[in-house]
Design a protein around this ligand. Structure first.
Ligand SMILES: Cc1cc2nc3c(=O)[nH]c(=O)nc-3n(C[C@H](O)[C@H](O)[C@H](O)COP(=O)(O)OP(=O)(O)OC[C@H]3O[C@@H](n4cnc5c(N)ncnc54)[C@H](O)[C@@H]3O)c2cc1C
Length: 317
C-alpha cells in the first residue's frame, strides 16, 4: 500500500485546477485517471492517418480573474489561442489541439493516466483507494468524475449519493469526419437548438491545426439519448448524412469517419454549489456538474475543493 497525502480522481479541468491550487499551497497530491490522455472531456482524437478532431469541448471562456491569469500564462507558452470569429467574443481553444491546454496545466503535477479507480473505503482515519490491481492510502480523496458515476465508487448507500441523484447529465453523440476536396472554410454552426445536430464545426479552422477538412458534429441530447446504445456504425452513417446535407458535401468524399458516445457530456441540472464534502471533511466531490456545463465551471469547482482542503483545521470566521 502506498501512502499519498491527497488523491484526486480525474485529470479533467476540475482535477487539474484542484491539483494546481494544492501544489501552490505546498500540499502533495497525485491525480489518477483511467483514460489514456490527460484532460477528460477537453479531448482530442488523432486518427492513425493523422486526422485530428477536438471531439469533446469545442471552445471555452475565461471570465473569472484567477482562471484568466492561468489562461494567460498558458497562452504565453502557445498552448492556448483565441479562435476568433470576428465578433470579438472569446472562443479559447488549446493549441495545437484542445488537449494541449490541460496537458500544459498538468506538466508540473503528479498525474498518472491509465489507472481505473474501482472503489474507495474509509478506514480508521484515512482512505483506501482501490484500483484494478493496487491499493493506495490517502488522507484526503477528491473525486471529479461525472456525478452519476460517483455512487459506484463511494457506495450507493453513502449519504452523498442521495445529493448526487439530483444532478442530471445528458449524452452527446459526436461525429468526426474528414473529407477530401480542400474545403477548409472557417465554419461553425452554433446553437442549432431545434435540430438533431446542435453543433457543426470545421476543426481545421481552429488556430494551429495542420490536418485539413476535419469536421466535428454533435447530436442533440434527445437524439443522442435515443441512440446511445445503438451500434456506432449505424449512428455514424445517419450523422454523416445529416452533416453532409448541412454543409453541402458529398458523403462519397469522406476519407475518415468515427463516432464517440459521451454518455455524460453536459450537466442539464447542476448541483448549484461548487462542491460536496462528507462529515469527515476528507472526501470531496466536484466537477462541472456542480455549477454549469462549461470548462470554466469545472475549473471553479476544482479550485473550491482545493481551498476547502487548504483551509481544513482553520477556524471558520
Ligand atoms: C461533446 C462535448 C462538448 C462540450 N462543449 C463545451 C464547450 O464548447 N465549452 C465548454 O466550456 N464546455 C464544453 N463541454 C463541457 C466541458 O468539456 C466540461 O465541462 C469539462 O471538461 C468537465 O471537466 P471535469 O474535470 O469536471 O470532468 P471530465 O473532463 O469528465 O474529467 C473527469 C475525468 O475522470 C476520469 N475518470 C472517470 N472515472 C474514473 C475512474 N473510475 N477512475 C479514474 N478516472 C476516472 C475520466 O477519464 C476523466 O478524465 C463539452 C463537453 C462535451 C462532452
Amino acid at each position: 500500500m502506498t501512502d499519498i497525502h491527497t488523491i484526486i480522481i480525474g485529470s479533467g479541468m476540475t482535477g487539474l485546477s484542484c491539483g494546481l491550487r494544492l501544489a501552490e499551497a505546498g500540499i502533495k497530491a497525485t491525480i489518477f485517471d483511467k483514460g489514456r490522455s490527460i484532460g477528460g472531456r477537453m479531448a482530442t482524437r488523432v486518427s492513425p492517418e493523422g486526422f485530428e478532431f477536438d471531439h469533446g469541448a469545442q471552445y471555452f471562456k475565461a471570465k473569472d480573474d484567477d482562471f484568466q491569469r492561468v489562461v494567460e500564462e498558458v497562452r504565453c507558452a502557445d498552448a492556448v489561442s483565441n479562435w476568433g470569429d470576428g465578433s470579438g467574443d472569446q472562443h479559447l481553444v488549446g493549441t495545437p489541439r484542445m488537449n494541449s491546454f490541460p496537458a500544459k496545466l498538468g506538466e508540473g503535477l503528479s498525474v498518472r493516466q491509465g489507472i481505473n479507480i474501482t472503489q474507495i473505503y474509509r478506514d480508521e482515519d484515512s482512505w483506501s483507494v482501490h484500483t484494478d490491481d493496487d491499493v493506495f492510502d490517502a488522507e484526503n480523496v477528491v473525486i471529479t468524475i461525472p456525478a452519476p458515476q460517483i455512487p459506484a465508487l463511494i457506495g450507493m448507500g453513502h449519504p452523498l449519493s442521495e445529493r448526487l441523484s439530483a444532478v442530471k447529465m445528458t449524452p452527446c453523440i459526436t461525429l468526426m469526419a474528414a473529407f477530401s476536396g480542400g474545403q477548409s472554410a472557417d465554419r461553425r454552426d452554433i446553437g442549432l437548438s431545434d435540430e438533431d445536430l446542435v453543433w457543426i464545426a470545421n476543426n481545421s479552422s481552429k488556430p494551429g491545426r495542420t490536418a485539413s477538412d476535419c469536421w466535428v458534429a454533435q447530436a442533440s441530447p434527445l437524439w443522442s439519448e435515443a441512440r446511445i446504445d445503438l451500434p456506432v456504425k449505424e449512428t455514424g452513417k445517419e450523422m454523416l448524412s445529416m452533416l453532409c446535407s448541412k454543409i453541402g458535401f458529398d458523403p462519397l468524399d469522406v476519407k475518415y469517419v468515427e463516432v464517440h458516445r459521451w454518455k455524460y457530456a453536459n450537466v442539464s441540472e447542476p448541483l448549484g454549489e461548487p462542491l460536496l464534502k462528507d462529515l469527515t471533511n476528507s472526501l470531496f466531490l466536484g466537477g462541472d456538474w456542480c455549477l454549469a456545463p462549461r470548462v470554466e465551471a469545472a475549473w471553479l469547482s476544482g479550485r473550491a475543493i482545493a481551498l476547502a482542503i487548504i483551509n481544513k483545521g482553520c477556524p471558520e470566521v
